[in-house]
Design a protein around this ligand. Structure first.
Ligand code: NAG
Ligand code: NAG
Ligand code: NAG
Ligand code: NAG
Ligand code: NAG
Ligand code: NAG
Length: 331
């Protein structure tokens, strides 16, 4: 009987393995095919400017522009200048270090933490920018390495989280990305709200990521009037947005492809070693390390309080439990 089930199990195992392999091989082939054709297509000018039928991928995570809720992205900051005007979005990558684009860093005066709008109010925290440092080869708006860090006063875990930097080495492996910023489709003079959009990542020359949107159903005005914010995949930062898209499209349909370029971004691996060095060098003495997103500030605060309150009870309960186990074992 056991023999029989063993054999049966082995057979099922073999079948599952071969089925999985077969599927994987197919998937890889089709994915590679798609990615290659995208590389050749040179994304900045979509393959044909002609309208074609959507050949969307299965399980696409692409989605229309959505408003972010408070604390949804606790590592995002709004960067403001001396006149309290919004400039750009940025990401907290370490306590006291904010990553943004170099163009955004120039007039940065302070940043707003815990903000879902571009204006400060009672629930936001303003943090002073002490100094800025751009990537060594950045020479101006036309430079490719449009990346900078802002050094700010230190934060604490009740206010913000940081985002982990992805160890991705090829943007080729990216499929769907989330792009975050303030006022993506807001008109001039309107309040800029924190928003995010699901895009399809396409690569050119392994040095830039292009985020496209198409083949979804939306009547949300679609454009990306922001920069400096992050591209994220699996809760990790994979790129920094260096250019957006000012022209809005009022309607997108899932039947016809429009291949709308939304963002241009620098992939993390083009500047990660530089950034790692900045983070490592920055003194963190006496400062708490921020929790990594998706851990949220408030959740952790509650936890701390809970353990403090219950600690007495836990200490008393644990030895009792072990003694009971010991006793049972002896029997
Ligand atoms: C798309 O291409 C077809 C022929 O290839 C042409 O007749 C049509 O006008 C084009 N449409 C647009 C919007 O360019
Ligand atoms: C402050 O602004 C945030 C959006 O950034 C909003 O959610 C919150 O309700 C505002 N708080 C007050 C007290 O106005
Ligand atoms: C963050 O903002 C939310 C509302 O936008 C507010 O309820 C909360 O108290 C704020 N947190 C802090 C630490 O100010
Ligand atoms: C965290 O920072 C806020 C704002 O600076 C401050 O009000 C709060 O007391 C700090 N919390 C801790 C635990 O240091
Ligand atoms: C990336 O790799 C480094 C070194 O191997 C590791 O310390 C770090 O935790 C990794 N980061 C992520 C987000 O996996
Ligand atoms: C972020 O990095 C820390 C430390 O390397 C790790 O413990 C945590 O799981 C990472 N979180 C995510 C979402 O990758």
């Amino acid at each position: 009987m056991t023999r029989f089930t063993d054999i049966l199990r082995f057979l099922i195992f073999v079948i599952v393995i071969s089925a999985c392999n077969g599927e994987n091989i197919n998937d890889d082939n089709s994915d590679d095919g798609k990615d290659d054709s995208m590389d050749i297509a040179d994304p900045p000018d979509p393959p044909t400017s002609n309208v074609s039928l959507c050949t969307r991928r299965k399980n696409t995570q692409m989605h229309e522009i959505r408003a972010a809720s408070a604390k949804q992205f606790p590592f995002i900051v709004a960067i403001l200048n001396a006149r309290n005007d919004y400039i750009c979005a940025g990401s907290i990558v370490s306590n006291g270090i904010i990553l943004t684009s170099a163009q955004c860093a120039e007039s940065a005066k302070y940043v707003l933490i815990n903000a879902t709008k571009d204006k400060k109010n009672e629930s936001t925290e303003s943090v002073h920018v002490i100094r800025t440092e751009h990537f060594p080869t950045y020479k101006g708006p036309t430079s490719k390495m449009d990346v900078a860090v802002l050094y700010t006063d230190k934060l604490n875990n009740t206010l913000a989280s940081k985002i982990n930097l992805s160890n991705h080495t090829f943007s080729r492996n990216l499929n769907e990305i989330e792009a975050i910023g303030f006022g993506l489709n807001a008109d001039v003079g309107q309040v800029k709200e924190l928003q995010y959009v699901g895009l399809d990542a396409r690569i050119a020359d392994e040095e830039l990521i292009f985020g496209f949107i198409d083949c979804i159903d939306t009547k949300v005005n679609t454009c990306f009037k922001d920069k400096g914010g992050p591209l994220i995949v699996n809760n990790e930062l994979v790129g920094i947005i260096t250019n957006g898209q000012d022209e809005c499209t009022s309607e997108i349909m899932s039947t016809y492809s429009i291949n709308k370029l939304m963002v241009t971004a620098m992939p993390i691996y083009t500047f990660k070693s530089w950034l790692d060095e900045k983070i490592a060098k920055h003194p963190q003495l006496g400062v708490e390390t921020l929790q990594s997103y998706p851990i949220k500030p408030a959740v952790r605060m509650q936890k701390v309080h809970l353990t403090k309150r219950n600690s007495g009870a836990i200490y008393k309960a644990v030895p009792l439990y072990y003694m009971l186990m010991l006793f049972l074992n002896l029997c």
